[in-house]
Design a protein around this ligand. Structure first.
Ligand code: SF4
Length: 370
């Protein structure tokens, strides 16, 4: 029987670079889009030799929705020709409000995409402009309406918290506006100020002040309480869904299942090897090979902990034993003592998981394990 793997396809093009973004994405490179799709399909051809069937597809970026519909059609049909998909495979595509068209959405539907993820971020014009986003909230609404008319039911909205000048009231309003669009899934990400971004420089210079830790914690609680009241379940630190709508692709990554990555900066994980394609577009287009790293047994165990602790259910003790041949206790018994005693982690239903308090200090729990 063929093994099931995920497939990630990176589309690195954006209309404009957002001020907080350190992803491998580029603005003003429209002239490379066609050559890029050809390069991805060449890579797909090369990687399609493995005995596997695709259980989930995720087209991320960048902004995949900036590709002209005909080019997205060529990309998706080329991928479908080269890989076999499980019936009912979850197929997601990231989109930015203001860039989707009916024609683009029709192409996604025709090629089996059944889940959309929109970068909505915040409902306030002042925050959208501060972030350097290209869209308004009215365009978020229009894009979601258009997606629903095109037949999409499984829709995610990405929201951000902890932004400079953002208040708890701003966040409440954003959650209300987002919920009014009836999404099946919401990702609520705390801002991480990455070095080498415009946001980092402005914060360093003191031009933008970030909310303090208490306010940020209150914002996170506000997301949890609001979404629980509206029937959402939290399945990962930042991710909430209506029952049955958790993102399978992400869940599989956190469970350390194998996946193929295609495109510049894309990562893959197959046969205990992690690979990363060149992050620069020019290097990828020039055919520079991926960097490969063989994962040692110790690294593999740590990866399972690091990824598994992100999920609210935690890491299944049984799955850990099956994957690594030792129990979590045998691998980490001593390092677990302190976080268990401090109430940062706990055992529940055969799984080791972060407690609510542990979620706030996830990094220090991982440092303890290292
Ligand atoms: S749209 Fe997304 S990938 Fe593109 S610059 Fe903004 S945050 Fe980065």
């Amino acid at each position: 029987m063929k093994k099931e793997v995920g497939l990630y396809v990176h589309v690195p093009f954006c209309v404009k670079k957002c001020v907080y973004c350190d992803f491998a994405s580029f603005a003003g490179r429209e002239q490379d889009e066609e050559a890029y799709v050809d390069a991805v399909l060449r890579e797909a051809e090369k990687r399609s030799g493995i005995e596997a069937v695709i259980s989930t597809l995720f087209i991320g970026g960048g902004t995949p929705s900036v590709l002209p519909p005909a080019l997205m059609d060529r990309l998706l049909s080329g991928i479908r020709q080269r890989f076999s998909f499980l019936p009912g495979a979850e197929c997601s595509c990231e989109c930015n409000p203001g860039t989707v068209t009916e024609e683009f959405l029709a192409v996604l539907r025709k090629r089996g995409v059944n889940r959309l993820s929109f970068g909505a971020q915040a409902a306030q014009p002042r925050l959208l402009s501060l972030l350097g986003r290209i869209h308004t909230w009215a365009q978020v609404r229009e894009s979601v309406d258009m997606a629903k008319r095109a037949g999409f039911e499984n829709i995610n909205l990405d929201l951000m918290l902890g932004l400079p000048t953002q208040t708890l009231e701003d966040l409440r309003q954003t959650l209300d506006e987002a919920l009014a669009l009836s999404p099946a899934h919401l990702s609520c990400y705390g801002l991480i100020v990455e070095e080498e971004t415009e946001m980092f420089r402005r914060v360093e210079r003191g031009e933008w002040i970030l909310p303090d830790e208490d306010t940020e914690r209150e914002m996170y609680e506000c997301c949890r309480e609001t979404l629980f009241r509206r029937g959402f379940e939290q399945y990962e630190i930042s991710n909430f869904s209506l029952p049955g709508f958790a993102c399978r692709h992400n869940m599989d990554c956190w469970k350390r299942k194998e996946y193929i990555g295609l495109g510049s900066a894309a990562c893959g994980f197959l046969d205990n090897i992690r690979y990363r394609n060149p992050p620069l577009l020019t290097d990828y287009l020039a055919g520079k090979p991926a960097e490969e790293t063989v994962i040692s047994p110790e690294e593999a165990r740590f990866e399972s902990m690091m990824l598994g602790l992100r999920m609210t259910k935690g890491i299944s003790g049984r799955d850990f034993l099956a994957a690594h041949g030792v129990t979590i206790g045998e691998a980490y018994g001593r390092q677990l003592e302190r976080p268990l005693r401090q109430g940062l982690i706990e055992w529940k239903d055969g799984c080791l998981r972060l407690t609510r308090r542990g979620m706030d200090v996830q990094n220090s729990v991982l440092v303890e394990l290292l």
